[in-house]
Every structure is written in structure tokens, then in C-alpha cells.
Ligand binder design. Structure first.
Ligand code: HEM
Length: 69
């Protein structure tokens, strides 16, 4: 997703955290725990069934997206 629909697009997330060395670990935790307040007042639901390994790989993938056009 390039543009915002519900929550930020993956490219927007990658652009925001491009130079944040702690982003991969923090976002991996947030994928499992859910998130609110980083982008607005809408919550991102938690996904507790995901393994830590899976959420780490997913966070890496989101952060690897090229910047929005
Ligand atoms: C493969 C599925 C998804 C992935 C990998 C994903 C990933 C992310 C990431 C990495 C963030 C950034 C959190 C931060 O900046 O700290 C985020 C935020 C957000 N996501 Fe998702 N997301 C997914 C699905 C969804 C779904 C299904 C929804 C809504 C039903 C959603 C709604 C949101 C919202 C509202 C935010 C902003 C939360 C805030 O302000 O803190 N996401 N998402």
C-alpha cells in the first residue's frame, strides 16, 4: 500500500523509520501487541498468534519498502 487507507501505508512507515536503528525490533513488537498514537487515534489491532520470528521478518519487510512517490 502506497497511500494511506486505514493506518499508514507501508512506504510511509519505512520512510519515517529509515534512520531509526531500533525500528525493526520496536515494530516487530508492535505488530504483535497492536499500536495506537503513532500516526493518529485509530488503533491497529494486535496479532498475538504471530511468532516473534514471523513479526520480525514482517517488520523488516515493511521497513524495506521504497519511499513513497
Ligand atoms: C500485514 C498486515 C499489517 C502490517 C504488517 C502492519 C504494519 C504496521 C506498522 C509497522 C505500523 C506502524 C506502527 C508505528 O509507527 O509505531 C502500523 C500502523 C497502523 N496500522 Fe497496521 N499493519 C497491518 C495491518 C493493519 C490492519 C489490518 C489495520 C486496520 C484494521 C491496520 C491499521 C493500522 C493503524 C490505524 C496504524 C496506526 C497506529 C498508530 O497510530 O499507532 N494495520 N501498521
Amino acid at each position: 500500500m502506497v497511500r494511506k487507507q486505514v493506518g499508514p501505508g507501508f512506504a510511509q512507515i519505512a520512510a519515517r523509520y529509515r534512520n531509526d536503528p531500533e525500528a525493526p525490533a520496536r515494530l516487530a513488537d508492535k505488530l504483535r501487541d497492536g499500536s495506537v498514537g503513532a500516526w493518529g487515534r485509530v488503533i491497529m489491532p494486535r496479532q498475538p498468534h504471530m511468532s516473534l520470528d514471523e513479526s520480525r521478518r514482517l517488520a523488516q519487510w515493511v521497513l524495506s519498502q521504497p519511499s513513497p512517490p
